[in-house]
Design a protein around this ligand. Structure first.
Ligand SMILES: NC(=O)c1ccc[n+]([C@@H]2O[C@H](COP(=O)([O-])OP(=O)(O)OC[C@H]3O[C@@H](n4cnc5c(N)ncnc54)[C@H](OP(=O)(O)O)[C@@H]3O)[C@@H](O)[C@H]2O)c1
Length: 296
């Protein structure tokens, strides 16, 4: 049976390396990104390695929940029409913003890092379930430890600091993934989180050089913080993609679910707050309110 994989933000950085790894493992890979030229380049790079199945590109701005709904429609219709299972969904998209901004009226880091992958996953659950055994892989980050653990509303109290807000949105997404694993237990759909550690990519070469992304206390130590960031994000994206590839393909994970694959590409204990059922419940309420499955 043909195995298929969708990798969001799969045209560059860690996502492209993940797509290359999955194509090499025999998957028919679909990469999603905004930029058509980058999409074409990614497809030709993947296909240049002569995989068992050619890759394809689907253009989508994953910062737009309307576009996420259309993407889910296209993917679900494709699988319904071809009868091919959707074997793996890698929710790789993520972004950090130096300045607070909104997308369709909702704070952007919460949209891109949590609401968008949440919505795509929920809309594709029927397709993933009918293609079971299948896997969902949500790309997480070590930054989950630095966000405020308050989820009464999309935005936490206090000032805007991009790195901390990114970490909090990633924490929401990790709590969602672990909660979803429980919800889907017994369906044949496994849910994993993968922590890439760090890599030099567009994301880290962009915002992580700007002191405004950290809180005033950390800004006082900026040279030290900057050095730590530089060190932890200096590796190649191909290495940072290994946790996602392992989560998506490792036979040792068959039948298991709710596991975090750490930067060394093996299971690690989840960040504690992400297993707190109160946080999972609050995140679910926010997700349902701000990312309804049908367009409002
Ligand atoms: N790099 C690190 O050190 C690090 C560390 C921990 C966790 N992570 C996580 O790993 C994942 C990948 O990170 P990365 O560093 O590879 O990111 P990146 O450099 O920003 O990834 C670039 C890719 O993301 C796509 N993309 C960005 N925004 C998009 C949007 N709104 N809609 C569609 N595609 C979008 C780009 O496509 P276009 O060119 O078409 O926009 C491109 O394919 C993220 O979830 C990130 O949070 C990264």
């Amino acid at each position: 049976m043909k195995r298929t994989a969708v990798v969001t933000a799969g045209t560059a950085g860690i996502g492209l390396e993940t797509a290359l790894g999955l194509a090499a493992a025999g998957f028919a890979v679909t990469v999603v990104g905004r930029n058509a030229e980058r999409g074409a380049r990614a497809v030709s790079r993947i296909n240049g390695a002569v995989p068992a199945h050619p890759a394809r590109f689907l253009p989508t701005d994953l910062g737009s929940l309307d576009e996420v709904r259309s993407l889910a429609d296209r993917i679900a219709s494709h699988h319904a029409a071809t009868g091919e299972p959707l074997t793996v969904l890698v929710n790789n998209v993520g972004a950090m913003f130096a300045d607070r901004r909104e997308l369709d009226g909702v704070e952007a880091s919460f949209v891109v890092n949590h609401l968008s992958p949440y919505l795509l996953t929920e809309l594709l659950l029927p397709t993933l379930t009918s293609g079971a055994p299948s896997r969902i892989v949500n790309v997480t980050s070590g930054a989950v430890g630095l966000g405020k653990r308050v989820f009464d509303s999309v935005e936490p109290p206090g000032g805007y600091y991009g790195f901390h807000w990114y970490g909090r949105a990633k924490l929401a997404n990790l709590a969602y993934a672990l909660d979803l694993a429980g919800r889907l237990d017994g369906t044949g759909v496994s849910v994993f989180a993968a922590d890439p550690g760090g890599a030099a990519t567009d994301m880290t070469n962009g915002t992580m050089t700007d002191p405004r992304i950290v809180s005033p206390a950390l800004r006082l130590l900026w040279p030290l913080v900057r050095r730590t960031f530089r060190k932890s994000t200096s590796g190649p994206a191909s290495v940072a993609a290994r946790p996602s590839i392992v989560a998506a393909t490792d036979a040792a994970l068959t039948g298991r679910t709710g596991i975090v694959i750490g930067a060394q590409a093996s299971p690690v204990a989840p960040f504690r707050a992400a297993t707190d059922p109160r946080i999972a419940r609050a995140v679910r309420r926010l997700s349902e309110r701000h990312a309804p499955l049908a367009a409002p």
